[in-house]
Design a protein. Sequence first.
Length: 230
Amino acid sequence: MERAQLNVTLREGKGKGGARKIRAKGSIPAVIYGKGIETVMIEVNPKEFDQVLSGSGGKNTLLDVKVPEHGTITAMLKDHQADNLRRQYTHLDFVKVDLKQKIRVEIPIVVTGKAEGVKEGGILEIIRRELTAICLPTAIPKGIEVDVSALKIGQSIHIDDVKLPEGLEVPRETNFTVVSVVAPKAEEVVVAAPVEGAPTEPEVLTAKKPAEGEAAEEAPKKGEGKPEKK
């Protein structure tokens, strides 16, 4: 498991006001908590934190957090808040970990190979992109590989079919689906709705159009008969 070092400083202000001041100067307010220690209020340099997360371990990276007056605390990122528009972290929660105690983590699914069903025109559907797993902090894998090469249209890979790394456990109550290959959807034929006020049937013209200057013969009115022959 990848391990990195993170240098932090102690926070001076507390509460929302203190956190705003920290963000205003370009740092991230954060806390470290866990079994055997009191909660420590810290601030983190965003560039250094981004560099730590840029490694292959991502958010599951084990951190040796160097805290003034507290020494080095081995921790992991537990939770975070972010401004999605600015793409900035606004708060970080770190939890102290015991390297000999198993923890619960989210591990990404890594799909490998090209499914036979996709070659035949099917669509690959990834149902689970992460798996909740339990393992030692030092045994967290970068990802769980799922080979889909043999999948045909209508077939699926379930969690019981996935080969898990040694020492990793995925708690589950059902044999849930991880990935499937489905048939392509049939194209829908869209029929345009009739325009309001428009004729529903084409107009059929049977009468001869009178020549220019020639009046059309009027039909006899009701009650009028045909003229008598003399």
